[in-house]
Ligand binder design. Structure first.
Ligand SMILES: Cc1cc2nc3c(=O)[nH]c(=O)nc-3n(C[C@H](O)[C@H](O)[C@H](O)COP(=O)(O)O)c2cc1C
Length: 271
């Protein structure tokens, strides 16, 4: 197929965090395809962001891009840089996930990293303007067939629900927060919501919720630590791109009236 064609549903289902790589640098064709995809896409909601592909081999001597042992054998990383504004993190995360899914469609491994990377190492390779933030990077490369069982086990144990997701009816609701939504009642939105459910989130917290009311979907996040705005951006990306792939029409809009929940923060609606 080439170009920037990708099957969204397939990529969402295939993606998982890869932390162990073969040590091989990305080939020129893969680099060109990723760079072209980045050039042809942008952060939604008018947010200013850029995604840089950085390599340990960009200059003569290999440079250090440290991850405190969390990632092994990766030569290239995607770095997400954005200018601060109220919706910047969410929109930038939406776009970064789009690029992650494109890399998945090329058969490459990725892993969102919010905590376990050396900011100073990366900042040496990327010049940030004073108003720019670097909060996320991801290795991108060829997954190793040799798993570091010890390391992967630590990660899995540190997060019991690693790779697992909350049931549909626990995160999606019908009319108000008292009624779980069934896939049957979700109708055409069943698939986009199912794809949202597979979104990666920091520590696999899955703190996104949605309420379906009169064919409008209201999206919420649980404000917990520093990654809530990023996690919801990834979730909105999975939802909207699946809608687009299935030909479901609609758009995001921030409404004044929506079902209230004292523990959750309203983000946006799909109308
Ligand atoms: C915003 C964000 C930050 C993350 N930070 C890290 C990190 O610092 N280190 C790490 O090993 N994994 C990190 N992850 C990966 C998650 O642990 C992983 O996505 C989640 O457990 C679900 O597993 P899966 O990606 O294999 O589906 C992060 C994910 C997200 C979305």
């Amino acid at each position: 197929m080439g170009g920037n064609y990708m099957n969204i549903i397939e990529s969402i289902q295939k993606r998982r965090s890869v932390r162990t790589y073969s040590g091989e640098p990305l080939n020129g064709d893969h680099i060109a395809q990723i760079e072209q995809f980045i050039k042809q896409t942008q952060a939604p909601f008018g947010v200013k962001a850029r995604i840089e592909l950085v390599s340990i081999h960009s200059s003569g001597e290999p440079v250090k891009l440290g991850t405190y042992g969390w990632v092994k054998g990766a030569c290239e990383y995607l770095a997400l840089i954005y200018e601060e504004s109220p919706f910047a993190e969410t929109a930038a995360a939406y776009w970064f996930e789009q690029v992650v899914l494109f890399c998945t469609s090329l058969g490459l491994g990725t892993c969102w990293l919010g905590g376990s990377f050396s900011r100073s190492d990366f900042k040496k390779q990327i010049s940030l303007k004073p108003n720019e933030k670097l909060k996320i990077v991801s290795p991108v490369g060829y997954a190793s067939d040799k798993k570091r069982w010890f390391m992967e086990k630590i990660v899995v144990n540190a997060d019991k629900h690693h790779n697992s997701r909350k049931p549909f009816g626990e995160i999606f609701f019908d009319k108000d927060f008292n009624n779980p939504l069934t896939e049957i009642k979700a109708g055409a939105y069943a698939k986009p919501l199912e794809m949202l459910r597979l979104a990666p989130s920091a520590n696999n917290k899955q703190e996104w919720r949605a309420v379906l009311e009169n064919n409008i979907l209201h999206f919420y996040k649980a404000p917990y630590i520093i990654f809530d705005s990023i996690d919801i951006g990834i979730a909105l990306c999975h939802f909207e791109l699946t809608c687009r792939e299935l030909g479901i029409e609609g758009k995001f809009e921030i409404l004044d009236i929506f079902p209230k929940n004292e523990k959750l923060k309203y983000v946006i609606s799909w109308i």
